[in-house]
Design a protein around this ligand. Structure first.
Ligand SMILES: NC(=O)c1ccc[n+]([C@@H]2O[C@H](COP(=O)([O-])OP(=O)(O)OC[C@H]3O[C@@H](n4cnc5c(N)ncnc54)[C@H](OP(=O)(O)O)[C@@H]3O)[C@@H](O)[C@H]2O)c1
Length: 247
């Protein structure tokens, strides 16, 4: 019997938020989950939910092309792209000390990679006349952290990419959304988890707790189900209320 379930690509699905999204989507979609180096983690995702796992360094043009070609030849359709893969700077350095090398690495992974992967997916979805694309940005798109300027710039740029792609693709029936996670319990925040937990409890996060990958995945679920379909370009906050200004 042919499998008619929709097809989703989730980048950075081996761990953290992307893994949570892949697990959620695997209930209804055929999921292609990408990873960069942690094959062990990707294999455990595959064992857990049957995802098709593909090695792809999102900062590499050749890897991006190979990923889309894999999806085309194996599935022949693409319903959802979740641009989730991203990195924190290897070292948190003050703006006066930060290096060009780290800047280039973060921008290539967090901004150039998803921007041009989206270009490839968008051409295909435009041919199909349908599709949805999600960008996982961050509260760092609008919050200045003085020891990781490159990360903030990458996420602010990605937020603009959402608007650009949403405006460009609407006429083709392709819808684009942004999810801005706040502080989510994953490997990425391991080094600063304790400080963040204290801040969360003392009022930084009105909802009083850090987020989980499942909190973000549920927002992707709403998009995947079409619940936001008359709102291309919509920004969803997955941040426990961090974005609220209070006095
Ligand atoms: N955690 C937070 O508090 C938080 C808050 C706001 C936004 N975000 C954003 O959410 C996204 C996921 O973050 P996370 O916390 O889940 O991170 P994570 O736990 O460190 O996981 C990162 C994932 O991305 C993959 N990855 C890293 N570099 C890659 C590259 N060059 N090409 C392809 N895949 C790559 C990793 O693959 P391997 O397993 O193979 O290394 C892994 O699957 C990122 O875009 C991040 O900026 C996170």
């Amino acid at each position: 019997m042919t499998d008619s379930r929709p097809v989703a690509i989730v980048t950075g699905a081996s761990r953290g938020i992307g893994r949570g999204i892949a697990l959620e989507l695997a209930r209804t979609h055929r999921v292609i989950g990408t990873y960069r180096g942690r094959r062990d983690a990707a294999e455990s995702l595959q064992a857990e939910c049957g995802a098709d796992i593909v090695q792809c360094d999102i900062s590499s043009a050749a890897d991006r092309l190979a990923l889309i070609e894999h999806a085309r030849s194996r599935y022949g359709r693409l319903d959802l792209l979740v641009n989730n893969a991203g990195i924190a700077p290897r070292e948190r350095l003050d703006l006066l000390e930060a290096t060009e090398e780290i800047f280039d690495e973060v921008l290539a992974t967090n901004l150039k990679g998803p921007y041009f992967l989206t270009q490839l997916a968008a051409r295909w979805m435009a041919e199909q006349g349908a599709g949805r694309i999600v960008f996982v940005t961050s509260i760092s798109a609008y919050t200045a952290s003085l020891n990781r300027g490159e990360y903030c710039i990458s996420k602010a740029g990605l937020s603009m990419a959402v608007q650009l792609w949403a405006a460009r693709l609407a006429r083709h029936g392709v819808l684009v959304f942004e999810i801005r996670p706040g502080i989510i319990e994953t490997d990425m925040i391991e080094k600063v988890r304790q400080a963040y937990e204290e801040k969360a409890r003392s009022g930084l996060l009105p909802q009083g707790r850090l987020g989980t990958p499942a909190d973000v995945a549920r927002q992707v679920r709403a998009i995947a189900e079409g619940l936001l379909d008359y709102g291309t370009g919509t920004v969803l906050n997955a941040d426990g209320g961090f974005h609220l200004r209070t006095l």
